[in-house]
Design a protein. Structure first.
Length: 112
């Protein structure tokens, strides 16, 4: 049972990686291997959210006072989540999950 779960997760990761590599190649950035290594210019092109997602991101950035770096890190995580979900576009759900990880990460040092 556990082995099957890892097989499914491994397949999703490989599919996501292949999708990212194809996207980077089309944009002329074949040297990139992951969303995390993308420049801000590239991530803004490949992780452009839908209208609801953009509004959520703007609201969260204002409320949580994201730096420019933090804003783009959320976009990178959201793009990766969309890739794992096999979604062609970053949606509100992907941004909500990425923002939740950021919130959890900010609370971690306080708990330690």
């Amino acid at each position: 049972m556990q082995r099957d779960r890892f097989a499914v997760l491994g397949h999703a990761e490989l599919t996501s990686t292949a999708r990212s590599s194809d996207r980077f190649a089309v944009l002329g950035h074949a040297e990139l291997t992951s969303n995390a290594r993308s420049s801000t210019t590239v991530i803004e092109k490949i992780a452009e959210p839908d209208a609801a997602g953009l509004q959520l991101l703007r609201d969260a950035a204002e409320k949580m006072k994201f730096s420019a770096r933090g804003y783009h890190r959320v976009l990178k995580v959201a793009r990766t989540l969309a890739d794992l979900d096999e979604a062609p576009r970053v949606g509100r759900i992907h941004l909500a999950e990425a923002i939740s990880y950021r919130m959890a990460g900010e609370r971690l040092p306080v708990a330690a």
